[in-house]
Ligand binder design. Structure first.
Ligand code: GLC
Length: 521
């Protein structure tokens, strides 16, 4: 696929390192484990891995509380292990994207220890200290302000109190964080996924957030206010552009942003003249009702609103949301895969999605996620989608020799790589076929998306280049449908046996069946 940057044509695979592969028997995944599984990733056809945080951390939020931005936590290994991972990945033509967590550090980071030590400390202004709190909340529930006895002020934390927010209005903070980016870029890291990009800067006057007029009794208390003054501030774009400039001073790197905002606001993160994130993560499919009409609408809206020259991307799952197989139900999992893998742009797969892993059941006494511990029972818990990757049929699914840090999914003996390797019709082989199809047919990656339509349970769209037209039909319902098509040849489908079938003016689809047809030009 000439003329495209690697990050435009690659499928990105998210590795949640605690849960991917343990190599030393402590029940927690590590860098050596990831190295052991690189060939598996190459075999699926992914082009890049994004690894959730591996930095030194007290693990209050499992690595999203960083105590040293330039070191690896011993749970995962050390810097030499990381260097090896990078060499081994690059040897296989796999890119490596790291997580970057700029909004907050750990409260054990030396910067915060200094900042907290006295009001006069040179790093006092590196965090957000105030005499008075306001009504800003933590995204994990409750007030976002923590009273600090020693210096009699509050500090702000968008998440846990162990994750104090950095002051991005302070140029010294920016410089230190950009140095951290350079540390990894110098090693050869291929890019970053920036954590909570839309939260990085807050209102300099600390104005109270207004109440949410649509707040109802069925919503969690976190929705009672509109986060006008502590999120998506206009100044954030200046910071993103600076990050992008750091990234762009190295050839061939990528900047991805985690952004949960309405699509109109999301688009602004591409930046003025596209000087922002290369890929502001598109989470629309994570939040969309699972029916043909809603999905057609979301796809059309997103594609229409893309700024000129901006590159699209799609995500079905990540370590903060219920797994797709659980959200849509088993019968629709293959349709979800076909949808993701036939949309144009860059795609991100969450580990285990490719084998159809479901959310694991986690007993209250086994809960690990701090978000769940802070507000038990309201369904914020993210442990179920973080259960260990299931590699084989053994008791610990090939993930560890020890006791896994989270329980395995109840279905692990049926849903695992070993079993699915042997089954032509497995989810794993569907992923492999569809990723191979993207490689063979550039229209799927960079073709023009046209005629996105829904009719009842059927979703249909077309990807076209000057040379070829590919039509995609997806049945979101459980009953068979007959649909008007154009004569062509089946390239792929949820049922592998239909490949190479000649299609006339009508196509029959079973319930939950999907198909890609090539129309000769
Ligand atoms: C992001 C991460 C999430 C983490 C939070 C705080 O949303 O994806 O896992 O808890 O930021 O860093």
């Amino acid at each position: 696929m000439h003329n495209l940057a690697w990050w435009q044509s690659a499928v990105i695979y998210e590795v949640y390192p605690r849960s991917f592969q343990d190599s030393n028997g402590d029940g927690i995944g590590d860098l050596d484990g990831i190295i052991q599984r690189l060939d598996y990733l190459v075999g699926i056809g992914v082009g890049a891995i994004w690894i959730a945080p591996i930095y030194r951390s007290p693990m209050a939020d499992f690595g999203y509380d960083v105590a040293d931005y330039c070191d690896v936590d011993p749970i995962f290994g050390n810097l030499q292990d990381f260097d090896r991972l990078l060499i081994e990945a690059h040897r296989r033509d796999l890119k490596v994207i790291l997580d970057f967590v700029p909004n907050h550090s750990s409260d054990r980071h030396p910067w915060f220890l200094e900042s907290r030590s006295s009001r006069e400390n040179a790093k006092r202004d590196w965090y957000l200290w105030r005499d008075q709190s306001n009504n800003w909340m933590s995204n994990f529930g409750g007030s976002g302000w923590e009273w600090d006895e020693l210096t009699s002020q509050y500090y702000y934390h968008s998440f846990l109190k162990e994750q104090p927010d950095l002051n991005w209005r302070n140029p010294a903070v920016r410089a230190a964080m950009y140095d951290a980016l350079r540390f990894w870029l110098d090693k050869g890291v291929d890019g970053f996924r920036v954590d909570v990009m839309w939260l990085i800067i807050k209102d300099d006057q600390y104005r109270d957030n207004p109440s949410n007029p649509d707040f109802g009794p069925d919503q969690s208390s976190g929705n009672s206010l509109l986060p006008v003054y502590n999120s998506n501030r206009p100044e954030v774009h200046e910071v993103v552009a600076e990050m992008r400039a750091v990234i762009d001073s190295y050839p061939g790197r990528v900047l991805i942003g985690e952004i949960y905002l309405p699509v109109k606001d999301l688009m602004t993160y591409y930046g003025q003249d596209l000087n922002g994130a290369n890929l502001p993560f598109n989470f629309l499919l994570l939040q969309c009702p699972w029916n043909a009409r809603a999905i057609a609408q979301v796809i059309s809206e997103y594609m229409t609103m893309l700024p000129p020259g901006a590159w699209p991307n799609w995500v079905l799952g990540n370590h903060d949301n219920a797994r797709i197989a659980t959200r849509v139900g088993l019968s629709q999992t293959a349709i979800a895969a076909m949808l993701l893998l036939t949309l144009p742009g860059t795609l991100t797969i969450y580990y285990g999605e490719e084998i159809g892993m479901t959310n694991a059941f986690v007993r209250p006494e086994d809960v690990q996620d701090p978000a769940e511990k802070r507000q038990p029972g309201i369904g914020m818990g993210r442990d179920p989608e973080r259960s260990p990757m299931t590699w084989d049929c053994s008791d610990t699914a090939g993930f560890t020799r020890g006791q896994p840090w989270l329980p395995l999914g109840a279905d692990h003996r049926a849903v695992n790589v070993e079993v699915e390797n042997c089954d032509e019709e497995s989810m794993l082989n569907l992923y492999r076929r569809l990723i191979a199809l993207r490689r063979a047919h550039p229209a799927l990656v960079s073709g023009q998306l046209r005629s996105v339509t829904s009719l009842g349970d059927l979703l249909n769209y077309e990807l076209a280049t000057d040379h070829v037209r590919l039509m995609v039909f997806l049945n979101f319902g459980h009953s068979p449908v007959q649909v008007a098509a154009e004569s062509g040849i089946v390239l792929a489908g949820t049922d592998s046996r239909r490949r190479a079938e000649r299609v006339g003016n009508f196509v029959e689809l079973k319930g939950s069946e999907g198909i890609v047809i090539k129309i000769p030009s």
